[in-house]
Write a protein of this length. Structure first.
Length: 484
């Protein structure tokens, strides 16, 4: 006998997070409990076979006030490449979790509901996914031309959904930074303000539907904290003690909100021991695999020190992990995700030099070390994915000493573009990479200065790149042979 269990739909989410061929991580937010204060907020989730109304699995999980009532829950034992329905809701109770009814023995009346598909078996030949970044809150050229557009920053996600509903395979969504703009529109300084910014951003209707359906992977860029953020702001002796203390308070607020709303539904969270009891996060970079491709998602913000000698964009620990990851499969398809472009560089100087050096151009020592390592170790089929610069573009880099070595950089930005973006001629797309002697930029294309997203489809040995505008018009496509 199934007991009807009234619950509330999650206030933010649901989000389908890290998904493998046999597991899924689901995320959602509840709400502060009403009086009496002895009540606590719990999440509850169920997995159902497609077309079934009987839960195959169920889990309770805590939604704590220190996490802004957010949380995630894991399910295992799923089948590769299969569709599953799910329900996710929250409720208030004075009981302990072990005193609640078995979560598969109740009908979750009122819960949020959606469906997802598990990944195909690792190593399969097929992959198609969408990536992009930067949901800028300031009106863009589309709004200036068409005054009064009601769906600022959300229309592009409706187009991605349209493609999925038309049968276009979409294994995952990759969001490469600036999911919120903490310092624009509604400036954030405290943990509560950062969380409110996430709640506004993640409850836009089209994005919400997309995140509830497609396995989504995120990383942070500067606007999750503050514009052009570097960890120097916590230790810079040129700043007053009061300013360093204020910067530390801001950073801790921002990073805790980032953990709650982005990290805990991704692979950086490692659960140890009792299900749902321990959340271990000791770094923000992570790896995962989808079909034939392996992904290394970098953290280029919380380990960067611009004033170090030489400047550091990632820690030695992250750099070693990346090198080991590259050596684990020299010949396979690999995506390195960096929120800021690896190349090409911007032609900026004087007062604008800080903007140029906010990218990898400002960390040439580590960039050269990584390129030299890849070249000398014979690492092939490597593509950098990034955002940040509010336009889309692809570029190719070759070695002069070893002509067979090449790397591609694909930039996809912005989901919602501002009105003013860098013109194409401001990018160094030909000649030697700045600060290098052996690496030259050979080809580029796809310059797109309006709101857009990029779809990548792999069919060995070619990576097919398509750039679509917010309404679904294909603006550019190219097939990049990674073996030439």
């Amino acid at each position: 006998m199934t007991i009807v269990f009234p619950v509330k739909p999650v206030t933010v989410g649901p989000i389908v997070g890290h998904t493998t061929a046999r597991t899924v991580r689901l995320w959602g937010r509840g709400a502060p409990p009403p009086l009496p204060a002895s009540q606590r907020c719990f999440g509850v989730a169920q997995i159902l076979e497609a077309g079934s109304t009987t839960p195959a699995q169920g889990r309770y999980f805590k939604l704590l006030p220190e996490d802004d009532y957010t949380g995630s829950v894991d399910f295992a034992g799923l089948e590769p490449g299969r569709s599953y329905a799910y329900r996710l809701g929250y409720f208030f109770s004075e009981s302990d979790q072990h005193q609640l009814l078995p979560p598969t023995a109740v009908e979750l009346q009122g819960a949020s509901a959606s469906a997802f598909r598990t990944q195909r078996e690792q190593g399969g030949p097929e992959l198609s996914f969408v990536f992009g970044s930067c949901r800028h809150p300031v009106p863009g050229i589309e709004e200036l031309v068409n005054v009064g557009l009601p769906d600022r920053g959300d229309r592009v996600f409706r187009t991605i959904l349209d493609q999925i509903e038309a049968g276009v395979p979409t294994d995952l969504l990759l969001m490469t930074g600036d999911q919120i703009y903490s310092d624009l529109a509604s400036a954030s300084q405290t943990f509560s303000q950062y969380c409110a910014n996430y709640r506004r951003s993640f409850t836009m209707p089209n994005l919400r539907r997309l995140l509830a359906r497609v396995p989504t992977y995120m990383t942070l860029d500067d606007h999750e904290i503050a514009d052009n953020w570097s960890m120097d702001r916590l230790i810079d002796p040129e700043l007053t003690e009061e300013k360093r203390a204020a910067n530390k308070k801001l950073f801790l607020s921002a990073i805790e909100a980032y953990r709650c709303y982005q990290v805990v539904h991704g692979p950086a969270l490692e659960r140890k021991g009792e299900q749902g009891a321990t959340n271990l996060i000791d770094r923000y970079w992570y790896t995962f695999q989808a079909g034939p491709a392996r992904f290394f998602v970098m953290d280029v913000r919380t380990e960067r020190y611009r004033k170090a000698q030489p400047p550091q964009i990632i820690s030695e620990r992250q750099q070693r992990a990346l090198q080991e990851w590259l050596l684990a499969d020299r010949e396979g398809l690999k995506f390195i995700v960096s929120a800021v472009p690896f190349f090409p560089d911007l032609k900026l100087a004087g007062w604008a030099l800080g903007e140029r050096n906010d990218k990898w151009a400002g960390f040439q020592h580590q960039r050269q070390a990584l390129l030299d390592f890849m070249r000398d170790e014979g690492v092939r089929r490597t593509v950098f994915l990034s955002g940040d610069v509010h336009l889309s573009l692809w570029s190719e880099l070759k070695s002069l000493s070893r002509p067979g070595f090449r790397v591609h950089s694909l930039i996809s930005s912005a989901f919602s573009a501002p009105a003013i973006v860098a013109p194409e001629f401001l990018f160094e797309t030909k000649g030697l990479l700045d600060g290098q002697t052996d690496y030259t930029l050979t080809r580029h294309g796809g310059y797109t200065p309006v709101s857009n997203f990029t779809r990548l489809t792999w069919k060995a040995p070619a990576l097919h790149m398509e750039i679509f505008d917010r309404k679904g018009k294909r603006l550019h496509e190219v097939s990049l042979n990674l073996d030439e």
